[in-house]
Design a protein around this ligand. Structure first.
Ligand SMILES: NC(=O)c1ccc[n+]([C@@H]2O[C@H](COP(=O)([O-])OP(=O)(O)OC[C@H]3O[C@@H](n4cnc5c(N)ncnc54)[C@H](O)[C@@H]3O)[C@@H](O)[C@H]2O)c1
Length: 254
């Protein structure tokens, strides 16, 4: 499916990987519905006033996402795709100086990263399933954001890794479920990317991670993530996969 002229929802589209995806897709002629707690940058909304729609949305809430999709389609046209980037980071050892890890924090990370992703995917799929089929019977495509922490979880990453492992595990069953509607589902598992989320990582961890990346020996640029999201949406043979985007990084224990 070409993204030019299509309406695509981007969750977490106000920052980092999601904002880069929104910017790239808008530049290629798509219309973008942003699902985020925070407003998108005014540079984006000023440049593309007629092709961008935002209302404050918590991805974990059924009513927020339903209302966003309904209003977004009214303004921009039938939904054809979704890229889910909304997420939060959390690091805590299972047993630390203050005792056992917080159960509330674990729940929150699962709620936002895994349940929020599923909530957006299921409601986007419901809308996309109503659209007219295109070439090959395709109606649309969904790209979810996992992480290489799904596979190489480091010390302190139990909650984050579990949430992202859940997202990676969703790709195949969602693709199988939605095949009869002509909707493809894939996930991207990014390595380490230069975004506001990664800016919160300590200098020590940052240096250690960069040192472990074989090539290219640097953090990823957000537009490199957006370019893969575009390819996944455009390439009809990609389905049910979780694709690592990490410069061959295999994270060590720390
Ligand atoms: N940056 C990296 O190195 C990296 C690596 C692997 C995976 N990821 C994943 O990529 C995704 C994007 O990360 P990023 O680095 O761009 O982070 P970011 O913090 O820059 O952006 C995340 C966005 O999600 C939004 N958000 C958080 N909770 C939300 C909620 N409940 N409802 C709606 N919006 C919410 C935030 O407001 C923010 O705009 C996340 O899922 C993250 O886990 C990032």
């Amino acid at each position: 499916m070409r993204i030019d002229g299509q309406t695509i929802l981007v969750s977490g589209g106000s920052s980092g990987l999601g904002a880069a995806t929104a910017r790239r897709f808008l530049a290629q002629g798509a219309s973008i519905i942003i699902a985020d707690l925070a407003s998108p940058d005014t540079s984006l909304t000023d440049d593309y006033q007629t092709r961008i729609f935002y209302q404050p949305t918590n991805v974990t809430l059924d009513e927020d996402v339903r209302s966003l999709i309904a209003e977004g389609q009214n303004r921009l046209g039938p939904l054809r795709g979704a890229v889910t980037c909304a997420g939060i980071a959390h690091a805590e050892r299972v047993v630390g100086r203050d005792g056992a890890a917080s159960l509330d924090a674990f729940r929150k990370v699962i709620e936002v990263n895994l349940i929020g992703t599923f909530n957006v995917a299921r409601l986007a799929a419901k809308a996309i399933a109503k659209q007219e089929p295109m070439e090959d019977g395709e109606r649309g495509a969904i790209v979810m954001t996992a992480s290489i922490a799904a596979f190489d979880g480091q010390i302190g990453q139990s909650a984050y890794s579990a949430s992202k492992g859940g997202v990676a595990a969703l790709a195949l069953p969602l693709a199988r479920d939605l095949a009869k509607h002509g909707i493809r589902v894939n996930a991207i598992a990014p390595g380490v990317f230069e975004t506001p989320m990664f800016a919160g990582v300590s200098d020590e961890i940052r240096a250690s991670l960069i040192q472990q990346i074989p090539f290219p020996h640097r953090l990823g640029h957000a537009d490199e993530f957006a370019a893969l999201a575009q390819q996944i949406i455009e390439n009809v043979m990609l389905n049910g996969a979780t694709i690592r985007l990490d410069g061959a990084l295999r994270m060590g224990a720390k």
